[in-house]
Design a protein around this ligand. Structure first.
Ligand code: GLN
Length: 483
């Protein structure tokens, strides 16, 4: 049962082969048995799950249908869940029970999805390895000595290990696509404004976007359908109609123009990954796509710009965690300053503190023009590069990551080495574009992802290309040994 995709579960439930309650019990038992190896959950919500599953079964018995009705999922632990701990992977929020549901959580619950729990993540979504969580590192089911990617590493590891078919995640600089690549999943970061950020604890508000992590493009279409849409509670939500994503999957790729940026194949890219990317290009050519070399000349400036903008926004967003308004409060404060210092010093981990300091520095009066303003100018150039490229091509293709998943602890003493691994993913966040990662093969037994980028609001196009690719390849069906 645990091998089923969301689409297969929807068919099985519709055909009354099993109930949502039965499936939920199987998966909860599987999580209890296997998750101790992975550490992919921070909280389990067994009671809620069984209650939601029973309610979904009743709705189906009463004639309702829907791909998510009775489907088990989990939420990255930065989506607020009413009455349930929402920790953001931080000691700061270890005791925080959200007073309301995030829009994404409420929408999926209304569609009948069953919440099994809250998944582990890098603290405040800062990281690429899921090692900065207060609740401990997450292991990659493909090799337990390696990281699953981050910051949505818990969602990725759980779905890859078949503990559940799909999960929500968020992507500020790659945190859906990079863990998808590292664990052989399909993950989609939607256009900025496509999915509501209401109730999603902010890291860098102008970059953050929620999206689906699943095994197939078909399942990402189902989950995105339940997540997307205008929300008046999020001032950056965009009032664009939500297309039928599942309907877009079957379009032919005949004549599709795919751009491959020449800058993607520089010295930093593992040549074995480059080869797998070339193979995926050939596969898409067989399906009728036309390949064109393009250029994204400002790509080299994207990492420094991102690592100024994201910490700057984080330093502002995280100021609310002061032990008074939100978050951990130190014991026995001697003065207001002592309260702030110790509460924040105890509540935040090292990486979060580093980013707050970098961000506060970049925003300070003396350095604002040199760092923050400059980074914003680069951000516009990165966007302009994409706009020029999309005049010539429909989709941009390349690697999701320069290397496969590294060993646990390998980059702990060198944060910049980890930042450099984000080179292919962060440009989409800077420009607000949608991006998808899908399985494209293996290097040393570790999964490799190929990334597709599309113009604004063309999530359907990304899912279409990935689905057609998955109809003709079987990388996405490979299961990690032991799971
Ligand atoms: N690795 C990036 C960072 O640490 C992206 C994280 C994310 O997308 N949440 O900022």
């Amino acid at each position: 049962m645990h091998q089923m995709t969301l689409a297969e579960i929807a068919r099985g439930l519709a055909d009354k082969k099993f109930s949502s309650e039965e499936l939920t019990k199987v998966l909860l038992a599987r999580i209890a048995q296997l998750d101790p190896q992975l550490n992919s959950f921070i909280s389990l919500t067994e009671d809620l799950a069984l209650q939601q599953a029973k309610a979904a079964d009743v709705r189906r018995a009463n004639g309702e249908s829907g791909a998510l009705l009775g489907a088990p999922i989990a939420h990255k632990d930065l989506f607020c869940t009413q009455g349930i701990r929402t920790s953001c992977g931080s000691k700061m929020l270890d005791n925080f029970k959200a007073p309301y549901d995030a829009t994404v959580v409420a929408k999926l619950a209304a569609a009948g999805a069953v919440t099994l729990g809250k998944t582990n993540m890098d603290e405040f979504a800062m990281g690429s390895a899921n090692e900065s969580s207060y609740y401990g590192a997450v292991k990659n089911p493909w090799n337990l000595e390696h990281v699953p990617g981050g910051s949505s590493g818990g969602s990725a590891a759980a779905v890859a290990a078949r503990l559940l078919p799909a999960a929500t995640a968020t992507d500020t600089g790659g945190s859906i696509r990079q863990p998808a690549a590292f664990t052989n999943l399909t993950g989609l970061k939607p256009t900025y404004g496509r999915v509501s950020r209401w109730g999603m604890i902010a890291y860098a508000s102008s970059l953050d976007q929620g999206g689906p992590l699943a095994r197939t493009a078909e399942d990402c279409a189902i989950l995105l359908q339940g997540m997307a849409g205008f929300d008046a509670n999020d001032s950056t939500s965009i009032d664009e109609p939500v297309p039928d994503y599942s309907a877009s999957l079957s379009t032919s790729l005949q004549g599709l123009r795919i751009g491959v940026p020449k800058e993607y194949f520089s010295a930093g890219l593992d040549p074995r990954i480059a080869e797998l990317i070339h193979n995926s290009v050939k596969e898409l050519e067989k399906l009728g796509a036309v390949i064109k070399e393009i250029s994204l000349p400002n790509m080299q400036h994207a990492i420094p710009a991102y690592y100024v903008i994201a910490p700057a926004e984080a330093s502002s967003n995280l100021s609310r965690f002061d032990g008074v308004r939100f978050g951990h409060r130190c014991e026995d404060p001697k003065s207001l300053e002592d309260l702030y210092k110790r509460s924040r010093g105890e509540g935040f981990g090292a990486e979060v503190q580093r980013r707050i300091m970098v961000g506060a520095y970049a925003l300070s009066a003396g350095y604002y023009d040199a760092y923050y303003l400059k980074a914003q100018k680069i951000r516009r150039l990165v966007k302009n590069d994409f706009m020029a490229a999309f005049n010539e091509v429909d989709i941009i293709l390349g690697p999701t990551t320069p290397n496969p998943a590294w060993k646990l602890g390998a980059k702990n003493s060198d944060p910049v080495a980890a930042y450099l691994e984000d080179v292919y993913t962060i440009t989409a966040n800077l420009a607000g574009l949608p991006g998808l990662s899908m399985p494209a093969g293996f290097v040393d037994g570790l999964p490799v992802g190929v990334q597709l980028l599309a113009p604004y609001f063309q999530e359907g196009r990304l899912l279409n290309v990935a689905h057609q690719y998955q109809l003709n390849t079987d990388w996405h069906t490979r299961t990690p040994t032991g799971f």
